[in-house]
Design a protein around this ligand. Structure first.
Ligand SMILES: [Fe+2]
Ligand SMILES: [Fe+2]
Length: 270
């Protein structure tokens, strides 16, 4: 008599050593609404695991896929909201960015607007940390500028890129001091590397210096959970300063489309 296939894959016992290494965090048991009822392995990207204990377990994760009911995650991860076919900037804010960085971006843009700043500055504030929100934290100013460069004024992308270096250096003439949060984050003895110093010095002599400096001035470190700001409050600014591609971000064939697709499907194995 033919056996009925099981409707759900039973939770699968990993060797204890792998469980202790946290490897089970990278394995998604089938979720309701999943395309099928197979277990999905998420291979953590090199940028996330280099220098951590998780690095040594990639072979073990690969070996897990030998189980007939186990595959690598590709395409929609049911743990994330599905993105529309032609995603807009708003979709990334609402469906991908975590509440903490999203709120940070919205609060920074809100303060810039309350300070009566130019819309280009408000737009730059709204976008300045999107790489942290959805892609990568290290070099976030550069990743962020690259993500948006095809869709915003050159000055906005420049300001986003340079805020990375400028935020480390006070400019008392415009009321910017070294962020006290950085003393907590990096320690009182932290000194930025030489390339960051050179970038900041060059940015200070650039004609768009103040645009980027204003991003750092309006960069809100308080992360106040009680201050609410909505992406739709900036619909007008976004409409005027962000050229949303008709095919959707990730699908317009631009040189950065793959970066947006990486945020749509961040857990694709390859
Ligand atoms: Fe930043
Ligand atoms: Fe920021």
């Amino acid at each position: 008599m033919a056996q009925e296939p099981p409707t759900r894959v039973l939770p699968h016992e990993l060797p204890a050593s792998l469980r202790e290494a946290g490897l089970d965090n990278w394995i998604r048991e089938p979720l309701d609404g999943a395309v099928d009822q197979r277990r999905r392995i998420i291979m953590p990207p090199a940028a996330a695991v280099l220098g951590t204990p998780a690095r040594g377990h990639q072979g073990a994760l690969l070996a897990e896929t030998r189980h007939p009911d186990t595959l690598f995650m590709m395409g929609d991860n049911p743990a994330l909201p599905t993105m529309p076919e032609r995603p807009t900037l708003r979709d990334f804010y609402l469906l991908r960015f975590d509440p903490l960085p999203r709120t940070h971006l919205l609060q920074s843009a809100r303060v810039a607007r309350e300070n009566g700043l130019d819309e280009k500055v408000i737009m730059a504030c709204l976008l300045h940390d999107i790489a942290i929100a959805g892609l990568l934290s290290a070099n976030h100013g550069y990743w962020g500028a690259q993500l948006v460069a095809p869709y915003v004024d050159e000055e906005v992308a420049w300001a986003i890129q340079k805020h990375e270096a400028l935020r480390y250096f006070a400019d008392e003439s415009v009321g910017y001091s070294y962020p006290s949060a950085y003393v907590d984050y990096f320690g009182p003895d932290y000194s930025p590397p030489a390339y960051i110093r050179r970038e900041a010095e060059a940015a200070r002599r650039h004609r768009w210096y103040m645009t980027s400096r204003l991003v750092t001035i309006n960069d809100i470190y308080s992360f106040d959970p009680n201050v609410t700001a909505d992406f739709d409050d900036f619909e007008d600014v976004v409409g005027r300063h962000f050229r949303q591609p008709e095919e959707g971000l990730g699908f317009d064939g631009s040189p950065v489309a793959h970066m947006w697709r990486t945020m749509i499907w961040p857990n694709n194995f390859l």
